[in-house]
Design a protein around this ligand. Sequence first.
Ligand SMILES: [Zn+2]
Length: 281
Amino acid sequence: MDERGYARERRKRHDHYLKGTIWCGQCRLEQHVNRRMIFMRTTGRHGNANYGYFFCRGVQDHACDAPYSSIDRVEDAVAEHYKTIRLSPAFVTAVRNHIESALNDQVAAQQLLRKNLEDQLAQLTVKEDNLLDLAADSSLPQERIRQRLRDIARDRQRVTEQLSEVHCDLSSGRAFLDVHLDLLENPYELYLHASEATRRKLNQAIFAHVYVAHDEVIGDDIRSPLRELLAAERGWEALTAGATPEAARAATQAATARHSGPETPKAAPEGRPGRTNKPLA
Ligand SMILES: [Zn+2]
């Protein structure tokens, strides 16, 4: 290890790239509660060995009895978990094609609107020129002509404002979706070769929670719009495999539920039997 590697190692004593991402699976399943897992690193008796582990925050105040999790095994389990959130290449291609044609339609509509507004401006200029010609004839009622010129000025301002809101360039919207599609096209490979800093960013961008129990990832809670993309893929795959629309919808809903935290019965509001320290009345 070079000096920088050593510096990173020292910093890791108080920090770990999974901190903030992994949560106690046992608390989630048994108590329907989100509790963070805390990172701990201890040095061996002779100062030559490092033991890293995570444990549930609830263990400290005896709200949870989950065993400590080995840091190496949790790191591996999270990396493996990335294999489960991959979008198929066929789905990514289908989504890109849909976005492309939708954007093209939108660009065409915006171009039409712009043309229409520009025509209105040209007509206002013609009207204005005609009125100015009339104003040169002093025998006509000047106050009415001035009023109509004011009306034209007001209309021109309104049309100019509308014109400024027409955007034919929608590439920023496309870029936003592209980033999310790229992210889920091969997240495992991306994560596997990422630095710890990038792993932290990927974890935080993709997951609101990753639930860990017994050194294993037992479920996740994925952020929008990634969760919806994954759910849409499951439905789309069911449809392309010949499923009925109802079955495809069910597949989408199941995927949404699966990535919204592990399924558990809702916790009873207060005094759930066996989960309270208060003596039963
Ligand atoms: Zn716990």
